[in-house]
Design a protein around this ligand. Structure first.
Ligand SMILES: [Fe+2]
Ligand SMILES: [Fe+2]
Length: 409
């Protein structure tokens, strides 16, 4: 039974939530509090998986409450459910928030978001991930710029041009986006001179994923460990994202799965960033094991931590509310055969792209490229050579990188 605590100073809002979520009563145990103080008393008595709180409340506001919860109960997923008028204030202090939902929130969106948060918790039960997450203390929040874009898209009069304006206000982001979309990664024939043009040419989902990737990668400082090099990891992630999208198209996946393949490709190694930032000593040990035994970093992580960067990244994306397809693609990108679902999916595309981009993967110590033929055959891919050769690799990095070259090894 999963436990959720809802906090709102308006009893009518809590009554509405009770009515909306009544059908989930058999699966979720839900409790309600009308203030931050009452919420902390309830939390002191019982363990909760998720806390959903209003932002503006007399006495202790939502952010103050979540700061306490982050400190005292770091494993509880922290969600803000708040009105539009609180958005500006919230975006300034988003640090303690895992996920932000706007009020009024559609009942189905709320149920689906909570269900996704719980779905990812099964990852914690499989290996030593729970132990590692407990050492990590607090996981990072989604960047506020990402929320601004989502809110613009969801608003009744949202427009692509205004998404471009939002990106333009962040000069660093704007410059980075333009540099990327004009690079060979995207192979566009025309020069793009504004974020608005980039949005209209590459599509909203790609730009959203790039904003997220750029913000996340820029939030971590670089490392002396070559197998955790952030600059190399960024190139590798971008190349994997572009190729995963190309492979997903060739596999005739749905448009949603194609977008998921790009996003998951870009963020598939995010768990490495978390490890590097929060458990640097463990990373040193992992690097040592990887180089002395010449095994891939993910195997060395398993030996040292009992879990992998794939599981850690997937867990984070899950509590950020990303789809199961993205979470699975990240969780199992080194071991697709362990995924409970072996149908063709974003995981297939990300797995293949990551293997093809093995040469620029800082975690691939001996630079070998192998494929799990058993998984691929179960997923219905028998002629892998043909598939990979028909995918033009728009992300060739340097003379020796790239899909075809890696494949022919
Ligand atoms: Fe990886
Ligand atoms: Fe990778």
């Amino acid at each position: 039974m999963r436990r959720i605590l809802f906090v709102d100073d308006e009893p009518m809002v809590l009554d509405g939530l009770r009515r909306t979520l009544r059908t989930m009563g058999k699966e979720w145990q839900m409790e309600y509090a009308t203030s931050g103080r009452e919420a902390l008393e309830i939390l002191a008595a019982r363990v909760f998986d998720v806390l959903v709180t209003d932002m503006r409340m007399p006495g202790m506001d939502g952010c103050q409450l979540l700061n306490h919860v982050r400190e005292l109960y770091p494993h509880t997923v922290r969600i803000i459910l708040s009105g539009q008028s609180d958005k500006e204030e919230l975006l300034k202090s988003i640090e303690p928030v895992h996920l932000y939902l706007s009020k009024p929130c559609d009942a189905e969106i709320l149920k689906a978001t909570l269900a996704r948060t719980f779905a990812v918790r099964h990852l914690l039960e499989n290996d030593s991930l729970a132990e590692v997450i407990s050492k990590i203390q607090s996981l990072p929040s989604l960047p506020s710029l990402y929320y601004e874009i989502i809110d613009e898209i969801r608003s009744a009069d949202g427009s692509l041009a205004r998404v471009g304006d939002i990106i333009s206000k962040d000069l660093g982001m704007s410059a980075k986006i333009l540099q990327l979309v004009n690079s060979s990664f995207f192979g566009l024939a025309t020069h793009i001179s504004s974020p608005a043009k980039a949005v209209s040419l590459l599509g909203l989902e790609t730009i959203k994923a790039l904003v997220l990737g750029i913000k996340i990668f820029s939030g971590f400082s670089s490392s002396d460990l070559p197998c955790y090099s952030i600059a190399t990891l960024w190139d590798h992630s971008l190349a994997t994202a572009c190729l995963a999208r190309e492979i997903a198209r060739h596999l005739n996946l749905t448009q949603d799965e194609i977008e998921d393949s790009f996003l998951a490709g870009l963020l598939h190694d995010i768990g490495k960033l978390i490890l590097l930032d929060r458990l640097p000593e463990a990373c040193g040990k992992i690097a040592e094991v990887a180089s002395s035994t010449e095994c891939p970093v993910s195997q060395a992580e398993k030996k040292v931590l009992g879990t992998t960067h794939g599981r850690i990244g997937a867990y984070l994306l899950g509590i950020w509310g990303f789809s199961e397809s993205v979470v699975n693609a990240v969780a199992f990108h080194h071991c697709p055969g362990e995924c409970p679902n072996d149908a063709l999916s974003a995981l297939t595309a990300v797995y293949l792209a990551n293997q093809c981009q093995g040469k620029n993967d800082p975690g691939n110590i001996n630079k070998t490229v192998n494929f799990d033929l058993d998984y691929l055959s179960k997923s219905g891919i028998d002629r892998i050579e043909e598939l990979l050769l028909t995918c033009s690799d728009p992300c060739r990095l340097g003379e020796n990188g790239g899909c075809e070259d890696s494949f022919r090894r």
